[in-house]
Design a protein around this ligand. Structure first.
Ligand code: NAX
Ligand code: K
Length: 467
């Protein structure tokens, strides 16, 4: 698992670490890391430019310039605020033969030390003017300047980084914005940090959490998933959701709804009934895709909320909650609910737009509904009411296709039925869903049914990393 820490927590941890470290030691360690990565990117070329801001981020750049000079690299620094340039860094840089100029010459690599953790807002005009002229690849110090460290939001000009070198720990910007290849330099900060503010599951975490049958298991012991989706008008949603659930785990799947014939024809291993009240016992319900929003759909939603098992509520279920908040009354307060809105559904549900800070938006909704909130997007955010947040970055946008969400909610239902912790169930499903989309697409558009069919390959792929 990768952790990401907010600037507030990083700064507090840095203060504690600074108090027991000789002056300047941390910055030298950090900037030595920058210089090492710079040399690697230079690959034998020898011209580097530094864009140096007024704070310690600029100090890191100057010290990196010092180390690069000692390796014979020609380094030119542009000081954006000469009077406030880091004094010790600037002195060391000059001592080592670094040049200060008002414009960057032609270089092979630019080190962005404009602003780091104390950034606020987009690049200021002077910095933006220099950045606009850069044609060489950029190595960002700590984070690309002009991008908000905590939200990844850009509200104007910002640096586009080829690579980012960060220190001590990753920050939310590294998960929420494009920072290029992110390298982490250890400065001994970890012991000072609390739990992460954001986490990102890696293949090994997903493999560890994914339900795998043991020798003593049978179809019931692995969890029975109920799918309440689809309608006469939208049978496809039922087929996709049920299929995803069938493929995600080896527990049993029950389908209840108007698309029973279509589901039975495609997934003979599922147990299908036309009515929710005949469905039988399940360990979790996945409800909503293609269900409709009329009275009978509302009754289905009430039924599953009252069933005393975890519920994944997607698509029309979210719209019904938005139209008729009284539906929440059917929920036993202890019942786990996972909501999976896209931005428009979020706006309907919350009565406000998602806005630029997607993590904050997901946390607000999770808290308001006492639910796990999975906010769909190229970067999927999963927040739980306790404040924990997981992000999942897709490496491709091919999964953004009709029916893709039906597949996701079926998978979440399966993991909930298997007893996976709700935040983890949603985050693991998002991870495997994105990977299945990538594997299925392989560079070309895919229908959601192909994404669904790639679920086993995606699970195999994440499990391949475990010993
Ligand atoms: N504190 C520490 O222990 C360490 C800090 N390090 C470095 O220190 C950085 C943080 O340094 P500082 O807190 O001095 O501040 P920064 O260097 O991030 O920012 C300096 C100043 O830039 C200005 N600024 C803010 N937003 C701007 C914008 N959008 N455009 C242009 N200028 C802007 C502000 O006047 C701000 O005070 C980290 O990102 C990291 O690079 C590292 O050396 C590792 C150790
Ligand atoms: K920077």
């Amino acid at each position: 698992m990768r952790g990401f820490w907010s600037t507030e927590h990083v700064k507090a941890a840095e203060d504690r670490l600074l108090a027991r470290t000789p002056e300047g030691a941390l910055m030298r360690r950090a900037s030595f890391g920058v210089a090492t990565v710079a040399l690697e990117l230079l690959g034998g070329r020898r011209r580097v430019g530094l864009l140096v801001g007024a704070g310690n981020n600029g100090g890191d750049a100057l010290w990196a310039g010092y180390f690069l000079r000692r390796r014979g690299v020609a380094v030119t620094a542009v000081l954006l605020d000469p009077d406030r340039a880091h004094p010790a860094g600037l002195a060391a840089f000059r001592r080592a033969g670094g040049r200060v100029a008002s414009e960057l010459p032609e270089v092979d690599l630019v080190v962005d030390g404009v602003v780091g953790l104390s950034a606020s807002g987009p690049l200021r005009p002077a910095a933006a003017a220099h950045v606009a002229k850069v044609t060489a690849p950029v190595l960002a110090v700590d984070l690309p300047s002009g991008v908000d460290p905590d939200t990844g939001v850009t509200g104007g000009p910002f640096v586009e980084a080829h690579t980012t070198v960060t220190f001590g720990c990753r920050k939310p910007v590294h998960a929420l914005a494009d920072c290029g290849d992110v390298r982490l330099v250890d400065i001994g900060l970890q012991p000072e940090l609390p739990g992460p503010d954001l986490m990102e599951l890696e293949d090994a975490d997903v493999a560890f959490a994914w339900p795998v049958p043991g020798v003593g298991d049978d179809k019931y012991s692995q969890g029975v998933t109920g799918i309440a989706a689809g309608s006469a008008t939208y049978p496809g949603a039922a087929v996709l959701s049920t299929g995803a659930s069938v493929l995600a785990t080896s527990g049993m799947v029950r389908y209840a709804g108007q698309a029973a014939d279509a589901v039975r024809a495609r997934w003979p291993e599922s147990i299908c009934t036309g009515s929710i009240t005949d469905a039988g016992r399940v360990q979790a319900w996945s409800v909503g895709p293609g269900l409709g929003t009329g009275l009978s759909a509302e009754n289905v939603l009430r039924y599953v909320l009252d069933a005393g098992v975890p519920v994944c509520a997607d698509a029309d279920a979210i719209t019904m909650f938005a139209n008729n908040p009284d539906l929440w009354d059917a929920r036993d307060p202890d019942t786990t609910v996972v909501l999976t809105p896209h931005d428009r559904e979020y706006a309907r549900l919350m009565g406000e737009e998602v806005g630029t800070d997607r993590v904050a938006a997901a946390k607000r909704a999770a808290e308001r509904f006492n639910a796990v909130l999975l906010l769909k997007g190229n970067t999927t955010i999963v927040a739980d009411p306790g404040g924990a947040v997981a992000v999942n970055r897709s490496r491709s946008a091919w999964p953004a296709t009709a029916g893709s969400g039906d597949v996701l909610s079926g998978m979440i239902g399966s993991l909930l039925a298997a007893g996976v912790y709700p935040l983890l169930a949603a985050a693991c499903a998002a991870h495997v869903h994105a990977l299945a989309g990538e594997l299925a697409a392989d560079g070309a558009p895919i229908p959601a049914s192909s994404l669904m069919a790639a679920i086993p390959d995606a699970i195999r792929s994440v499990r391949a990393v475990t010993p």
